[in-house]
Design a binder for this molecule. Structure first.
Ligand code: ADP
Ligand code: MG
Length: 256
């Protein structure tokens, strides 16, 4: 017993997979991220919500260094993001990202899309990469689309391929930036179901979404952003039944 607590005390951040400490970012005169402190534990699912323009996408993009920051620290699994080069590519692969627009390579087949990063970044053998790609495509329910090109798939199928492609890199954390916002309504659930399964399987996830049903059922924590700040953090139950800030109350009254 005492050993366990000693170990825990000795490495208090070991379970913190993503740590943002006092992160600031400007776009010219716009202070888009203001003093952001955010810690995501291993296995935690955090849903980020907030009005359009509040900085949610920028927050996601800084976490895998698609955007630089002006001050503060970002640690992924205890390590700062390197500035460039192969090391950055590897670390980026630790942070799987799924965007609103599916961002698949249009001139590669579905199978090739899911193999490419494994070959280039993870230096996997072709046979192993293909096996893994097929198994992931099966897991997200599009195994029979492997030889098609992205444009031949529905939006929901493309987004599930994008999830498989990110998972192929064995990411430590998955970021989803409004993954269902561009989808026709009947395709939203098939993508949310895959995300729900991932969450249940213990994946650490940061999800920007307006799908409040998903937030209620899958999130451990809701982070509410407005004007570049984290205004409120709470469990989904607390947040939806009893939002504390006027900004959150106002936002919820508009979307619920
Ligand atoms: P959200 O995802 O919450 O809608 P964003 O992070 O996309 O918010 O944007 C936050 C603010 O930063 C917005 O005002 C947006 O116009 C601005 N912004 C985003 N990206 C850029 C950029 N590359 N250059 C200048 N301004 C930007
Ligand atoms: Mg956005």
């Amino acid at each position: 017993m005492s050993n366990v607590s000693v170990t825990k005390d000795a490495a208090p951040t070991a379970e913190n997979l993503v740590v943002l400490d006092n992160v600031n970012k400007h776009f010219g005169a716009l202070h888009v991220l203001q003093d952001i402190d955010l810690t995501i534990a291993r296995g935690e699912v955090v849903v980020v919500i907030g009005p359009s323009g509040s900085g949610k996408s920028t927050l996601c993009r800084t976490i895998n260094r698609l955007e630089t920051i002006d001050s503060g620290t970002i640690l992924i699994d205890g390590k700062p993001l390197p500035a460039e080069g192969r090391e950055l590519a590897r670390l980026r692969a630790d942070v799987g990202m799924v965007f609103q627009s599916f961002n698949l390579f249009a001139h590669k087949t579905v199978l090739e899309n899911v193999m490419l990063g494994q070959l280039k970044v993870r230096r996997a053998e072709k046979k192993a990469a293909e096996e893994k790609a097929r198994s992931l495509l099966d897991r997200v329910g599009v195994a029979n689309q492997a030889d098609k090109y992205p444009a031949q798939l529905s939006g929901g199928q493309q987004q599930r391929v994008a999830i498989a492609r990110a998972l192929a890199m064995d990411p430590k954390v998955m970021l989803f930036d409004e993954p269902t916002s561009a989808l026709d309504p009947e395709m939203i659930n098939e993508v949310l179901e895959v995300m729900q399964q991932l969450a249940q399987g213990g994946m650490t996830m940061i999800v920007v979404t307006h799908e409040m049903g998903f937030a209620r059922s899958a999130a451990n924590r809701v982070v509410f952003m407005a004007d570049g700040r984290i205004v409120e953090e709470a469990t989904p139950d607390q947040f939806f039944s009893n939002p504390r800030s006027d900004r959150a109350k106002d936002f919820l009254s508009k979307i619920l």
